[in-house]
Design a protein around this ligand. Sequence first.
Ligand SMILES: Cc1cc2nc3c(=O)[nH]c(=O)nc-3n(C[C@H](O)[C@H](O)[C@H](O)COP(=O)(O)OP(=O)(O)OC[C@H]3O[C@@H](n4cnc5c(N)ncnc54)[C@H](O)[C@@H]3O)c2cc1C
Length: 413
Amino acid sequence: MLKTDVLIIGAGAAGLFCAGVAVQKGLDVILIDHASKLAEKVRISGGGRSNFTNIDLDPHQPSKHFISENPRFCTSALSRYSPNDFVQLMHAHKVPFHEKHKGQLFCDRSSEDLIQALKMECEKGVHGAQVKRIQPCQLEQLNYHDHQTPYYEAQTDQGTLQSQAVVVATGGLSIPQIGASDLGYRLAKQFGIRVTPTRAALVPLVFEQQAWSSFASLSGLSLPVTIQTGQGKHAGSFEEDLLFTHKGLSGPAALQISSYWREQQSIEINLLPHMSLHEHLLALKQQSKKLLLNELTTHLPHRLAQTWSQQNPDWLKSMPDLSHKSIQNISQSLQKWQLTPQTTEGFKKAEVTAGGVDTRDLSQQTMQSKQAGLYFIGEVVDITGWLGGYNFQWAWSSGYACANGLANQLNKL
Ligand SMILES: Cc1cc2nc3c(=O)[nH]c(=O)nc-3n(C[C@H](O)[C@H](O)[C@H](O)COP(=O)(O)OP(=O)(O)OC[C@H]3O[C@@H](n4cnc5c(N)ncnc54)[C@H](O)[C@@H]3O)c2cc1C
């Protein structure tokens, strides 16, 4: 039997980072993962270049970039380990990176640089402390023994492991092909910790086949739009690129809005976000003799305008022949395009899982749950970031808060 201070389950972004911080506080760590490859999701992230943080993140406005039943929960961890702290770590490891768009930082070369940096942090143990990584390793059972010195005992296919604390860093349900599982939620339930309903997020939207048939031929077309859905505190609104697919909508605009979208809810898209189309067309009615279709192809991609014109014969009228009512309808259809997705592409294609371990049962300071010595970090928690590096920052910040909490619990500070 192997004994350790801390058992971390899941060697992904949060687990690996937490192990590195903990060992540098003198804690012995065993890190297990059922996948044979290390941090595979980090490897494929950001198109292979990991968008590892976002410098626009404001910890004091958590609802701006994070979705949760309680977005305020993440303020404490995000303030104590910020995007700038992670940037310093990347500098220390001489990982070259660049800002791409809206504060998003990506590795210049590959995600492998980030994984190597995280691995090297695990080799910096103090006072003889070490991270022992066991992969692949399947957890079969986890039990808590409430003795004078309480401990956890984990039965695995690689033997029995005993630890004073357990960190669950098993991530969400997205991309089961590379190791995602529901273990984290099952462990939470086993110890009486609440779990909010999970759903695929940052995921392409799918429309009913018949309804989408006229747009399916636009597959591959991309354009900047504004997109919105929801009401009140559940409302989301983005200005991003939208990509048409055979089944529906993807690209950053659709991925972002998918995190706010709920079944049967409609979304609204403005295909011409930087103009008042109504006013523009009213002016053109006086000035131009061209067909509406020809006027609109100066503002919209040609293929998109063609598709739209097939649905409304007014598009083939010349400007002076258009009625005011028709101008109003056409403007509305392009600038307040209402549509209701049938579903999403689900966990197979989602970048993240929304919902998860209920923050009401966790400490925002340490990530310890109401079950003594049991911690939850990263995506398994009901904190979901926007597209753009926010999810990794949550993995780092929650992992850091947890490692400090562990050091405190085990008197290593
Ligand atoms: C295609 C894609 C691209 C992405 N790009 C970005 C990006 O550029 N920027 C960004 O911020 N976020 C990105 N994300 C999201 C980001 O990868 C995750 O939010 C982040 O990895 C979560 O970290 P985590 O440690 O909680 O989970 P993970 O990194 O998923 O790690 C969980 C680990 O737990 C292990 N595990 C699961 N079940 C078990 C089990 N039963 N037993 C043992 N081990 C288990 C898994 O094998 C895995 O190694 C992307 C996601 C995807 C799918």
